[in-house]
Design a binder for this molecule. Structure first.
Ligand SMILES: NC(=O)c1ccc[n+]([C@@H]2O[C@H](COP(=O)([O-])OP(=O)(O)OC[C@H]3O[C@@H](n4cnc5c(N)ncnc54)[C@H](OP(=O)(O)O)[C@@H]3O)[C@@H](O)[C@H]2O)c1
Length: 348
């Protein structure tokens, strides 16, 4: 039986996961390569999606009933989504060997999946495959669902987007400004360089939240207050944004990365603003909109062909990594090392 490498969860961290030292969060193991049944395919992981949400799947003492995805158990492979290649098919008429698919492969070299649960990908000439995990993948769907459906942004709205230089945020900026035509789009990101790039994507302005002047800068740019806030980060930036919303303002609560590695979450000191300004805060999970994946990817691909949105190398940070380096590359999310989608390209 051939064997393969996989990363399993060694323990559930209370703060920043560790990849070395006395008590690392993950452990590299070997396992048998699984065999597909007649309804399954064996796939080889090529490109891993790096998602901040993976951190929320390894929280200690989480009540599974309060999570949207099953928590990873200690000793089990780390959950992950990927672009993979079919290397053996139980039903070649339904899915041929060599096909590319999106699959929940976990941090394993090989995995088996029911063929009917796999999303086949047709490569587009001139477009790197990594974009099927980002600008034309699940993070794009997240941005589209959040800004268009969840908070229903319109041409009359001023929109603030945090995490604006990340995979989701960079698509929200483009969809809001270049597809919906929102009146004004204000990005928030962690470096001046990222901010200038977010402005190139279409934001009217982008503010660096790591500068001492951030609060004054945000207050100045949101003079008159705003209708919509797309929140990728939670914490103190959300708290500040609660004070910058118009009456009946709408907030798309997409994620709270600023609190994912904190045992002592911060924020929401200004929650009374929600009451006094009659704010609508809408939490959402992209999986509830997954049935729209094909339609949305087709619409965004068309928008890219028409030159309305950018889907190029600036929209992703592809890190070539040996299998042994997968956790290290994932951790870059929490250092802000990525612009656009952080993709791990597994190399020998
Ligand atoms: N609701 C859903 O269905 C759904 C789906 C996908 C993603 N999400 C959420 O959306 C958010 C963005 O995810 P993504 O996949 O697009 O990742 P991403 O934005 O591409 O990558 C994470 C970025 O977060 C920023 N960041 C890291 N630590 C931070 C902190 N302490 N405070 C503020 N910003 C911080 C960094 O950018 P800077 O350099 O700007 O700090 C980093 O590049 C996450 O909260 C994620 O959980 C939700």
């Amino acid at each position: 039986m051939p064997s393969m490498k996989q990363w399993v969860l060694a323990n559930k961290p209370t703060d920043l996961p560790t990849v070395s030292g006395p008590n690392p969060t993950f452990k590299l193991e070997t396992a048998d390569v699984p065999k597909p049944s007649s309804s399954q395919a064996l796939v080889k992981t090529l490109l891993l999606s790096n998602d901040p949400a993976q951190r929320t799947w390894i929280v200690p003492d989480a009540d599974p009933n309060r999570l949207y995805a099953p928590p990873v158990q200690v000793g089990s492979p780390m959950s992950s989504f990927a672009l993979a290649e079919v290397v053996e098919s139980g039903s070649p008429n339904d899915l041929a060997v060599g096909s590319l698919v999106l699959a929940p492969t976990n941090w394993t070299e090989y995995s088996v999946h029911e063929i009917k649960g796999l999303q086949a990908i047709k490569p587009i000439e001139g477009l790197d495959l990594g974009h099927f995990l980002g600008a034309l993948g699940l993070t794009a769907l997240t941005g589209y669902y959040g800004i268009k459906e969840v908070v229903g942004a319109t041409k009359d709205d001023t929109v603030v987007v945090s995490g604006a230089a990340g995979a989701t945020g960079s698509m929200v900026v483009q969809i809001a400004k270049n597809i919906i035509g929102c009146k004004r789009v204000i990005g928030i990101a962690g470096t001046d360089e990222k901010c200038r790039w977010v402005e190139k994507l279409g934001a009217d302005v982008c503010i660096n939240y790591k500068k001492d002047s951030f609060e004054q800068d945000l207050i100045k740019e949101t003079e008159g207050f705003v209708e919509v806030y797309f929140d990728n980060v939670g914490g103190s930036i959300l708290d500040l944004m609660l004070t910058r919303m118009k009456r009946h303002g709408r907030i798309a609560a997409c994620g709270t990365i600023s609190n994912y590695n904190r045992p002592d979450p911060v924020g929401l000191k200004n929650f009374f603003e929600v009451v006094s300004m009659r704010l609508h805060i809408h939490g959402f999970i992209v999986l509830d909109y997954i049935h729209k994946f094909g339609d949305v990817v087709a619409e965004l691909t068309q928008a890219w062909k028409e030159g309305k949105i950018v889907v190029d190398e600036s929209m992703q940070t592809v890190v070539e990594s040996k299998f042994e380096d997968i956790p290290n590359t994932w951790m870059k999310l929490f250092e802000g090392a990525n612009t656009g989608k952080l993709v791990t390209k597994i190399v020998a």
